[in-house]
Design a protein around this ligand. Structure first.
Ligand SMILES: [Cu+2]
Length: 414
């Protein structure tokens, strides 16, 4: 009876070990990344992405594409989120389905974190190389230390072909050309297997002996010392000395084989060059802003003053990557993702050209299902219900001006 119990205990232990190991190797594919669950204020009051362009939406493995555009760092950055002093320009994708071959802010290569200034606008570009076939939602993203990943708009991109053909060749500083995709992979497999096997051997050695119940009985009856024999001590010593010797030997042989190694580079780049934006000659005052829950529409009363020398019209309101356009003034020709584009989502009470020197109070309505689909309307349940967004004004000569708006948003449930 005791023997059977012991066998059962051993078997369950082995089963547990196997399942834990299996869980480590199980990696299901994720197709979305929770962009809608990120708090609305994070998407509306931190980084405003605009003029985005995904150079392709269909590629085969090894093809490259770029994502380019601009982002404005909102001056009224929320107090609850750390300032973007240590930020990393990234791409939000489900795992390494692309590799990032390079990224640039204001023309400068940014393989590291950067410091961004509040209130500034930056130009960026990211070069990607297709690795894993599938349909992937490719987002712009800014990782901000203390703020988390701040996700931008995403577009579906299809990669076809076979991952087995993926190549990632680089030339090292010592002049050797290697394929990073497969470089020294057998070595990685070897060491993982080796240490795993050694660990299992160690566990197996102790698991041969009576376990759990017989041991606790021995400990309880004051015979704990009898559980570890002289052989056990020798085996333990051999394991310890052997492990240390293997580490020391493999380390010295590695050092011999690769005499020149440099650590992964990390650090902070300061003084990123912002985009020089001409001071807007349009000024906008938000008189009030309400969000009508049943109509999925945001209504703003704006007093717009044109201090420039050309007549202007309001063409677009952009918040959290959702673009509301007045089709009569501006159209999208960049292939912007449909679900984020309300081509006729912007209604202006009087959108006739506003002459230089004039001022007018207008009612602006931004309505689209995206308020709910992208869960931006959740903002009204925040303790600090404020929204922020970009307004784009156009003149007849094709000029465009960007004006930031930021105001409390009051919900209306009727
Ligand atoms: Cu996505």
């Amino acid at each position: 009876m005791k023997l059977i119990k012991d066998k059962v205990a051993k078997l369950s232990f082995v089963a547990l070990l196997v399942s834990v190991t299996a869980a480590m190797f199980y990696t299901p594919t994720a197709s979305a990344h929770g962009e809608k669950s990120q708090a609305a204020f994070m998407r509306m009051r931190t980084i405003h992405w605009f003029d985005l362009n995904w150079s392709k939406d269909e590629l085969t493995v090894n093809d490259t594409m770029t994502i380019s555009g601009k982002f404005h760092v909102f001056a009224g950055w929320p107090e609850t989120v750390d300032k973007p002093e240590i930020s990393f320009l990234n791409i939000g994708i489900p795992g390494p389905v692309f590799i990032r071959a390079g990224s640039w802010i204001g023309g400068q290569l940014v393989p590291r974190s950067v410091t961004l200034e509040l209130g500034e606008t930056y130009e960026f570009k990211v070069l990607l190389k297709a690795r894993r076939p599938g349909d992937w939602h490719v987002h712009t993203m800014m990782n901000v230390k203390g703020g988390g990943p701040i996700i931008g708009p995403g577009k579906w991109v299809t990669i076809s072909g076979s991952m087995a053909n993926f190549k990632n060749p680089i030339t090292t500083l010592t002049g050797e050309t290697i394929d990073l995709e497969t470089y020294n992979l057998s070595n990685t497999y070897f060491w993982h297997t080796f240490w795993y096997a050694l660990g299992i051997a160690w566990v197996a050695y102790w698991a041969r002996k009576p376990m759990f119940i017989p041991r606790i009985i021995a400990v309880d009856s004051g015979k704990a010392d009898s559980l570890i024999s002289a052989t056990d001590r020798k085996v333990a010593l051999a394991f310890a000395a052997g492990s240390i010797a293997i580490v020391a030997m493999s380390m010295s042989s590695t050092n011999e084989q690769y005499p020149v190694t440099t650590p992964l580079q990390a650090g902070l780049l300061r003084g990123m060059k912002p985009l020089e934006m001409p001071a807007p000659t349009v000024s906008v005052k938000v008189e009030d802003a309400t969000y009508r829950v049943p109509g999925r529409a945001m209504q703003m009363t704006l007093t717009v003053t044109n201090n420039g020398d050309a007549p202007i019209r309001l063409g677009e309101f952009n918040t959290a990557g959702v673009r509301f356009l007045d089709a009569a003034v501006s159209k999208d020709e960049s292939g912007y993702p449909d679900d984020l584009l309300a081509e006729e989502g912007l209604t202006v009470s009087d959108n006739s050209a506003l002459a230089p020197g004039q001022s007018r109070t207008i009612q602006v309505t931004a309505s689209d299902a995206a308020w709910e689909v992208y869960r931006l309307a959740d903002l009204i349940y925040d303790p600090d219900s404020r929204f922020a967004g970009l307004l784009f004004f156009y003149d007849d000569a094709g000029g465009r001006q960007m004006v930031m708006v930021d105001a409390p948003l009051i919900p209306s449930f009727i």
